[in-house]
Write a protein that binds this ligand. Structure first.
Ligand code: PSU
Ligand code: MN
Length: 299
């Protein structure tokens, strides 16, 4: 594992670091804007007082913190693979280029001593999982990984209710950031409640410290941060596009790890960029909150 000097320095001096995933860049956002957006996400972490550590696999090496060349390759190179935990060893052996998902980023962050991680949306249980068994490895990985994931809930393309049930079974705590509703990614409210509300970053930091002491730190924690009100997608547009997207994925026979990128891309095209604007706004907001939590955790 290659830890960028700036990240290593921050970790050694107990200064706040926020891990960032790279699949959202390579497979979740359209090229070539994704490169600029990736830089903006890192800048949002810096502006809030923490050091960003974007995780990716470059020529087989696992990088924690990317220089500009590496970030550019992850964003623009068409050969970049979507790498979950199970793919890490193979992409490393193949000396390949890989973008890490929430699962693999959480695993690497935790192994390098990074406690806080920001992303857009957590993976979860897909609709129709009863037949397809499609459940993201994000969930099982967080059940045994000591990391906080700041996200805008899970994407509405998923079965949110089933995902919340699985989070409960897997002992993954869920907090709402200044809300008692579980966020719905493009929408502020998924229609489901959360039991614990964090009024501020200090409360989240205190929860992390309590986890450390109680020995439940092997379990991940999810902080659901609703999309900023002015960036929320129109609910009718959202519901129409979602229905069409699910039908299109079904017709095209999309399966496995291609499902999430397919649906995100469908949304971006069919909403003429509205969902992309929403996606960017929520990721930037999550990066900011994650940096505030990491700062509170270290003070
Ligand atoms: N949420 C987004 N954009 C993304 C993803 C999630 O807004 O690109 C990615 C994350 O990397 C997440 C992955 O870990 O999708 C989940 O994929 P799957 O359902 O195949 O596990
Ligand atoms: Mn899947």
């Amino acid at each position: 594992m290659l830890i960028h000097p700036e990240v290593a320095d921050a970790l050694a001096n107990r200064r706040p670091v926020v891990a960032l995933e790279s699949t959202i860049v390579s497979h979740g956002l359209p090229r070539p804007d994704n490169l600029h957006i990736a830089r903006q996400i890192e800048q949002a972490v810096r502006d809030a007082g923490a050091v960003p550590a974007t995780v990716a696999v470059v020529d087989g090496d696992i990088h924690i913190g990317l220089d500009d060349t590496a970030l550019e390759r992850i964003a623009l190179d068409y050969s970049v693979a979507k790498v979950s935990v199970r793919d890490l060893a193979a992409v490393s052996a193949a000396r390949g280029l890989g973008a890490t998902t929430v699962a693999s980023t959480a695993h690497i962050a935790s192994r390098s001593g990074i406690r806080v991680f920001a992303t857009g949306g957590l993976g979860g249980v897909h609709r129709g999982a009863r037949e397809t068994w499609d459940e993201s490895a994000d969930l099982t990985t967080l059940s045994r990984t000591q990391v906080l994931v700041v996200c805008a809930g899970v994407k509405s393309i998923l079965d949110v209710g089933a995902t919340l049930e699985r989070l409960e079974t897997l002992n993954i705590g869920v907090l709402g950031y200044r809300t008692d509703r579980f966020p719905g990614f493009y929408l502020r409210d998924s229609g489901h409640p959360v039991y614990w509300t964090a009024p501020d970053a200090e409360f989240v930091a205190e929860t992390l410290r309590a986890q450390d002491h109680l020995g439940t730190a092997g379990y991940g924690l999810v902080l659901g941060n609703p999309i900023p009100p002015n960036a929320e997608l129109n609910r009718d547009l959202h519901d129409t596009v979602l229905e069409a997207g699910l039908a299109a994925a079904d017709r095209a026979g999309v399966t496995g790890k291609d499902v999430t990128p397919f649906l995100l891309d469908f949304f971006h095209r069919e909403t003429h960029g509205e969902s992309l604007r929403a996606n960017i706004a929520l990721v930037l907001a999550n990066a900011r909150v994650a940096a505030q939590v990491a700062t509170a955790y270290h003070s």
